[in-house]
Write a protein that binds this ligand. Structure first.
Ligand code: NJP
Length: 239
């Protein structure tokens, strides 16, 4: 049976490149994001590359019941999940904490943290049913920089790392392996919105990162509860 891979935030950026690479490597991709048209274009590209047609799941990851339903649907169709790439993320607002809107805080936490917890809860039995379940959570170096205006985003990514570490500890005696992935600066819409003056051509691309995601997703990957730091190419135990 094919390896089944769920990728959130598959409509563009890192998630799109990862979904395409996983499909090209023979996985059946379950592509999650809000923008249906972009998911359909991804599926066209997967088919053109000879991959197995993707399962498209247009949803908002803050719809927690929809995340539970997704787990159930995967259970009924395949009874297992091999790869979960928790990549959907938002920057929120780069604003002084004193002026931060409650809605922005809530949305940042909902997408970057709560959705990933809910998906891990929903997918846990499916990952356990795999011969080599892999959960990869996309974090950020910003989690530990303590930069002005990055508070909500940094807090959300630090929380995500804590969540991933805890899940790794809970599953260490199973075949599940959990990694956090720090992409570093990559040429995507999110990066452009955070650094509007930056020259995109100076940045590496999501396609550059994709082979590393394939490595972390493979049954051969043995580390768990650590951070794969793409800029240095190193596996970090602590920041
Ligand atoms: O971001 P972007 P990246 N429900 O904005 C989806 C981290 N990171 O690829 O719903 C469902 O191009 C959105 O889909 P849509 C970063 O924190 C990046 O750069 O259709 N999906 C889109 O597919 C994030 O965790 C850099 O709008 C939702 C995707 O998320 C991950 O890498 C550096 C959603 C965002 O695509 C991917 O970021 C770093 C929702 N409510 C960490 N909200 C970097 N690029 O330099 C958003 O350290 N999405």
């Amino acid at each position: 049976q094919d390896r089944i891979a769920v990728v959130t935030g598959a409509s563009r950026g890192i998630g799109r490149a990862a979904a395409l690479a996983l499909a090209e490597a023979g996985a059946h991709v379950v592509a999650v994001a809000r923008t249906q048209g972009a998911l359909e274009e991804l599926d066209d590209d997967i088919r053109a590359a000879g991959g197995s047609p993707a399962t498209l799941v247009p949803l908002d990851v803050t719809d927690l019941d929809a995340l539970d339903r997704l787990g159930l649907a995967l259970y009924e169709r395949w009874g297992k999940l091999d790869v979960f790439l928790g990549n959907a993320g938002v920057l929120g607002a780069l604003t002084p904490l004193a002026h931060l809107d409650q809605k922005v805080w809530d949305q940042t936490m909902a997408v970057n943290v709560t959705a990933n917890w809910r998906l891990l809860r929903s997918f846990d039995p499916l990952l356990r049913a795999s011969d080599a379940g892999r959960a990869i959570l996309v974090t950020s170096g910003a989690a530990h920089l303590g930069e002005a205006y990055w508070g909500p985003y940094a807090a959300s990514k630090a929380a995500l790392e804590a969540l991933g570490r805890a899940y790794a500890a809970e599953t260490v005696k199973t075949k599940i392996r959990v990694m956090m992935l720090n992409p570093g600066p990559l040429r995507t819409r999110m990066r452009a919105s955070a650094f509007p003056g930056e020259k995109p051509e100076t940045l590496r691309t999501p396609e550059d990162l994709a082979p590393e995601i394939l490595r972390l997703a493979s049954p051969d990957w043995s580390e768990t509860g650590k951070i794969f730091d793409f800029p240095s190419g190193k596996v970090l135990t602590h920041r």
